[in-house]
Design a protein around this ligand. Structure first.
Ligand code: SF4
Length: 426
């Protein structure tokens, strides 16, 4: 079917993290390069049971709405439990995370022939879509996500991700720099480094360079890049070069999302995390002392097994003690196959109640931050939908302007989770 409502030959429905967003672009291009048509790909997430349920629901809906389309499932949920998707009558094929961006796999994939998912732990090489050099733009995105690392060698007791993503592996610095140059040449003003466990970048490369070294190299070798942002990191593994880059490099955005998970040492121990609550507080204070405009976000889990009310109070207090602004709150969700799923569970209503209180804490912290911005003039990067992002990642409503512009905005008010700004007002 041609004309304005014609569906693209390959449609990719993305769930989960930024890594999946950038990989979906490589998946779409690889499937198109292989000549796939009338195909809908679900790039799934497995971080919670709810994410998997939503993918199944979306697959069923797509099959109802486009009965002639070929449905292919990939991503972490497919990698971890391929048979459960292969058994769905709606599904034509299941492709593992290791193969989803390889045109050859799409060219040779046999449909309606069950799941063909390789052992993710047998993966030596780096981010293969670099090899394809496919991703020089990301549809619908103003900020360019750049995959620098994949997989994870840690085994936090609540987490299923390593079973979907495999061992930690790094994209060589030269490939990352080349990728960012391509994206900047295509008009991107901001690059966001992304991975699963980004602070382990370089561990598998000659000389074991650090993430901080990579950041400095990118800023030195791509002077035309206006903004470099990091997605989520593990504070206890931040290296000295990274701290120094935050202290000295204005093009490195003053925003860091931390994988903190809880604010009680016994719970952190039972999660097999590598930091204590004091480590987190010290890290935030230290980084704030060298970069006063920095804003922190954090992932926090509510209702981890064995968590008492007193332990939870430690997590609530951590938001204030670290001065967190953007909270991502996860009600604990037992993932089959993880040690935490076998621990004595916290009652569901308690989990939900604690998640609600943590979100309220998050809203209160964000409100404080938004109030402190009133009357200021902020540099913003415009996006679609009338919004823009400040350097510290705060959302600013600026009205309908073309995306991808660096502009100044005078902050005149706030609403819900964002500021209201007037562009180019001195
Ligand atoms: S560091 Fe822990 S939480 Fe993060 S991906 Fe690895 S196992 Fe999961």
């Amino acid at each position: 079917m041609s004309g304005p409502h014609a569906r693209p030959p390959v449609e990719v429905v993305t769930f989960g993290c930024r890594l999946n967003a950038v990989e979906s672009e490589a998946v779409r291009r690889s499937a198109e390069a292989a000549g796939c048509e009338n195909t809908i790909v679900f790039n799934t997430c497995a971080v919670t049971e709810e994410a998997v349920r939503q993918a199944r629901q979306a697959i069923r809906r797509a099959a109802r709405e486009t009965p002639d389309a070929r449905i292919v499932v990939t991503g972490c949920a497919a990698q971890i439990d391929p048979a459960s998707f292969a058994q769905m009558p709606e599904v034509a094929a299941v492709i593992g995370n290791a193969d989803k961006a390889k045109p050859d796999v799409w060219r040779t994939a046999r449909f309606h022939d069950g799941a063909r998912v390789n052992d993710i732990f047998a993966l030596p090489e780096t981010a293969h879509h670099f090899v394809a050099g496919a991703v020089d733009s990301i549809e619908g995105h103003t900020r360019a996500f750049v995959e620098v690392q994949n997989g994870c060698d840690h085994r936090c007791t609540f987490c299923i991700i390593p079973y979907g993503r495999g061992p930690s592996r790094s994209a060589p610095a030269g490939d990352v720099v080349a990728q960012i140059r391509k994206l900047v040449a295509n008009g991107y003003r901001e690059a966001v480094l992304t991975g699963v466990d980004m602070t382990s970048w370089g561990h598998d490369l000659p000389g074991q360079p650090t993430l901080g070294r990579l950041v400095k190299q990118i800023l030195k070798l791509v002077p035309e890049l206006d903004r470099l942002r990091l997605s989520s990191i593990d504070c206890i593994e931040a290296d000295d070069d990274l701290v120094e880059a935050f202290a000295t490099e204005q093009r490195l955005m003053p925003h860091l999302h931390l994988s903190l998970q809880a604010g009680d040492d016994m719970i952190l121990k039972r999660m097999k995390r590598r930091h204590s609550r004091d480590d987190a507080i010290r890290f935030c204070a230290m980084l704030r002392s060298v970069r006063p405009d920095i804003v922190f976000g954090a992932d926090l889990i509510a209702g981890f097994p064995t968590e008492s009310e007193e332990m939870f109070a430690g997590t609530l207090a951590l938001a204030d003690e670290c001065g967190l602004t953007h909270l991502h709150v996860f009600p604990f969700s037992p993932r089959p196959g993880t040690p935490a799923a076998r621990m004595p569970q916290t009652a569901r209503e308690v989990v939900k109640d604690r998640a609600r209180r943590l979100r309220e804490k998050g809203a209160q912290r964000l409100r404080l931050h938004l109030e402190a911005q009133q009357g200021r003039i902020l540099e913003v990067l415009t996006e679609r939908g009338g919004i823009a992002r400040a350097r510290d990642f705060t959302m600013v409503k600026v009205g309908d302007v073309a995306p991808g512009q660096l502009r100044s905005a005078k902050i005149v008010s706030q609403e819900r989770e964002r500021l209201i700004g007037m562009l180019d007002i001195a």
